[in-house]
Design a protein around this ligand. Structure first.
Ligand SMILES: CC(C)(COP(=O)(O)OP(=O)(O)OC[C@H]1O[C@@H](n2cnc3c(N)ncnc32)[C@H](O)[C@@H]1OP(=O)(O)O)[C@@H](O)C(=O)NCCC(=O)NCCS
Length: 186
């Protein structure tokens, strides 16, 4: 398995294809329960620009995309309207005693997915190890949010070293979200 960063448009196309297979509305209730699910679909142009600004992490088995973890610099907040409330909330949260809005060296991990045939094989941990290595020079930590309902993802993030920063209910979707942080220097 090769853990690397996005370097061409075909990899972006593969990310969008894997994303489409894992959006909650195409999954059965059983798959959601046991395998997890995605909520956000990215506009191809926004995803391309995000990767030009800072490359996301991918896992490749030859030419096959086994997984991805998206790096979403804060300037992209307004490009993905459904994530705007998250960014607004993050402004008011603190990590290690400092308000996030006063701390420049972090980004939002925009979405993580491992292809069905590659789950449970260390791809998830490998991608976050690669992310630490590729982002450490520019960022101290990353923030993301996981639905409480996504038990598999919560467990995997906890094992990879993420810590809980905040939990809140989203009345619009009925989801309870857990905001979690991964330090890159620990
Ligand atoms: C979530 C996802 C990225 C995790 O990658 P993965 O390769 O499946 O993760 P791993 O198998 O390494 O780790 C899963 C952990 O959850 C545990 N687990 C599996 N199913 C579970 C469930 N239904 N409830 C609780 N824990 C569960 C596993 O035992 C493992 O924990 P362990 O290492 O302590 O044994 C992947 O399953 C996926 O892409 N799912 C669909 C999309 C998704 O949910 N993305 C995340 C959005 S926040």
């Amino acid at each position: 398995m090769l853990f690397t960063t996005v370097s061409n448009s075909d990899e972006i196309r593969q990310i969008l294809a894997l994303q489409a297979q894992n959006i909650s509305n195409v999954l059965s209730a059983e798959a959601i329960e046991s395998q997890g699910f995605l909520t956000v679909r990215h506009d191809p142009d926004v995803l391309r620009r995000m990767n030009e600004a800072y490359p996301s992490v991918i896992a490749k088995d030859g030419e096959i995309l086994a997984g991805y973890a998206l790096v979403m610099p804060r300037e992209f907040a307004s490009d993905i309207p459904v994530l705007l409330p998250l960014f607004e909330m993050l402004e008011h949260l603190s990590w290690r005693g400092k308000l996030l809005r006063d701390t420049p060296r972090w980004f939002v991990m925009g979405q993580v997915c491992v292809a069905a045939g590659y789950r449970g094989q260390g791809v998830f941990d490998g991608m976050y190890m690669k992310m630490k290595e590729s982002c450490r020079a520019d960022y101290d930590f990353t923030v993301t949010e996981v639905a409480e309902r996504n038990k598999r993802s919560l467990r995997a993030h906890e094992r990879a070293g993420f810590q809980t920063l905040h939990t809140y209910p989203d009345d619009l979707t009925g989801e309870v979200w857990r905001v979690i942080v991964l330090d890159f220097d620990r």
